[in-house]
Design a protein around this ligand. Sequence first.
Ligand SMILES: CC(=O)N[C@H]1[C@@H](OP(=O)(O)OP(=O)(O)OC[C@H]2O[C@@H](n3ccc(=O)[nH]c3=O)[C@H](O)[C@@H]2O)O[C@H](CO)[C@@H](O)[C@@H]1O
Ligand SMILES: C=C(OP(=O)(O)O)C(=O)O
Length: 436
Amino acid sequence: MEKIIVRGGRQLNGTVKVEGAKNAVLPVIAASVMASKGKSKIHNVPALADVVTMKDVLSHMNATIHLHHNTLIVDAEKPLTTEAPFEYVSKMRASVLVLGPMLARYGHAKVAMPGGCAIGSRPIDLHLKGFEAMGAEVHVGNGFVEVFADQPLQGAKVYLDMPSVGATENIMMAAALAHGETVIENAAKEPEIVDLANFLNKMGANVIGAGTEIIKIIGVESLHGVSHSIIPDRIEAGTYMIAAAITGGNVLVEGAKSEHLRSLISKMEEMGVQFFEEKNGLRVIGPKELLPTDLKTLPHPGFPTDMQSQMMALMLHANGTSVITETVFENRFMHVEEFRRMNAKVKIEGRSVIVEGPVALEGAEVAATDLRAGAALILAGLTAEGYTRVCELKHIDRGYVDITGKLASLGADIERTKGTQEEMMVAEQMEKISSL
Ligand SMILES: CC(=O)N[C@H]1[C@@H](OP(=O)(O)OP(=O)(O)OC[C@H]2O[C@@H](n3ccc(=O)[nH]c3=O)[C@H](O)[C@@H]2O)O[C@H](CO)[C@@H](O)[C@@H]1O
Ligand SMILES: C=C(OP(=O)(O)O)C(=O)O
């Protein structure tokens, strides 16, 4: 079985470069199918498994799509098919983001219903509520969700019960080609929403207020292909910020935008970590002693749930008790059991985890239960005594470009191994069985 093997004890120093944001590029690729004229050229595209999956979804729908280095060119001029099957949605939930664009352009979209995953049940009721408000009909059955609109979508007022990132994006994209004005209230405010709105506006859309809780979209007749560069990945940046802090190192995280990372920087400062703005990014200096703190995950600009497990790895080394409360996803604590294998003193109490620090971590065999859990286990491995072997790398590959190479370039003792021939054959068979 493929593994990342880390031997703890090295301090990290140097410069690491941040890629384009996974959570920005996926909706932007989905939106590109709305361009009925001209090609879209998307720059700063990270070489991630999720990008390949989204590319496969679009190819399956008959769009012409090429990835060359970090630029993705999408040609969606010719008529597209409007269906995304289970094989893609099972790999990546963000495949549901083609619903809004296809519904808006063709009046129909059918996507395999995304199931729950390791971090929670993750329904899409708010996406569907938005489409229905705009006049679409929704059918859910036989494992698919299908949306239809005989007439062009009509602008509507949509209040989101919670500021869902995906629902905000899907509704914003559908509304871009609707008749009249759509207002999304209690919209998500993540930087990736702003990036999508900027892309749509370049395509000829009229989206106002992205980044605030009220987004107004005035529908237009058609959209065209444009050039766009994806914003840096704040979660990848945050992961390397913690790698620097946890090893007491000194790292320049090139491309990190502090305005996207306020809540994380503020918590890490409380723990004693120092930050310096530099021309190309953010310098992070780990302290001799880490202090405990408490945090609660919240929608942006609150503390991001996608940094919760990595922050837990940091808290394991704080001098005292820290508490993490997860309010965004109901089940995002799978990494707690894995940390325990490494001798961590962590206890789940309802939606909170009590972290007793400091602890001398011991290397162990652990599994990445989701992509951020995988990153957090690697971070813990950087400080553990002996070898930490992380498996289930397919999760990590969804969200991190060459994490092994990047950490090694900062001085970590880390490598990725293919496993024995026998292990590889077993893994292949397991993969085949699980895809049946
Ligand atoms: C590709 C992408 O951008 N993924 C991010 C996106 O996921 P995603 O867009 O799936 O996350 P949402 O913001 O939609 O989910 C937030 C909460 O709302 C709930 N909910 C959501 C939609 C809905 O129709 N009904 C409902 O109840 C979810 O179950 C969850 O509890 O935002 C999450 C929250 O910041 C991040 O962790 C993910 O990395
Ligand atoms: C949960 C995440 O992503 P996704 O929504 O794509 O599963 C994440 O990036 O941490």
